[in-house]
Ligand binder design. Structure first.
Ligand code: ZN
Length: 142
């Protein structure tokens, strides 16, 4: 049985696209639309992130795209200081069960703390949408 993993669940793919979209392209298209997309493995039900063509847990190619509700918890956080000032680098555990590296925006980059509830949003950076997280809205995220 052959299944083209690049075609699975890419409803937004333009019909005229000559090539199947690579997982990274589907993810980026999601960001451009304000969506945080991840993959769900039909073989073992794992949440798969970052996007790939094989499930890292079971090797299945049966990966379907889903859109995260965007609510997560800070797993770790650090402050990176550079020439352009300080920013935050954080690992976020999304409620759907995957972890991603991102940053928590808004205010003091050192203010984000492990265990903080945060919400996904996008910002434009170098002409592309990137995923960042906003500080918690108490009682608003589940
Ligand atoms: Zn799997």
């Amino acid at each position: 049985m052959t299944t083209d993993p690049n075609r699975v669940g890419a409803p937004e793919a333009p019909p005229a696209a000559p090539e199947p979209q690579a997982p990274g392209a589907v993810y980026q298209a999601g960001l451009e639309a304000g969506e945080l997309r991840y993959q769900h493995c039909g073989g073992c039900a794992a949440a798969v992130f970052p996007p790939r063509v094989l499930c890292p847990d079971c090797g299945s190619t049966d990966l379907a795209w889903r859109t995260s509700a965007g609510a997560g918890t800070v797993y770790s956080t650090t402050v990176v200081r550079g020439r352009d000032g300080a920013h935050n680098v954080a690992l976020i555990d999304l409620d759907e069960g995957f972890r991603m590296m991102s940053r928590v925006e808004g205010g003091d980059p050192a203010a984000a703390a492990i265990g903080d509830r945060v919400g996904f949003m996008t910002v434009r950076q170098d002409g592309a949408a990137v995923a960042v997280f906003g500080k918690p809205v108490e009682g608003d995220v589940r």
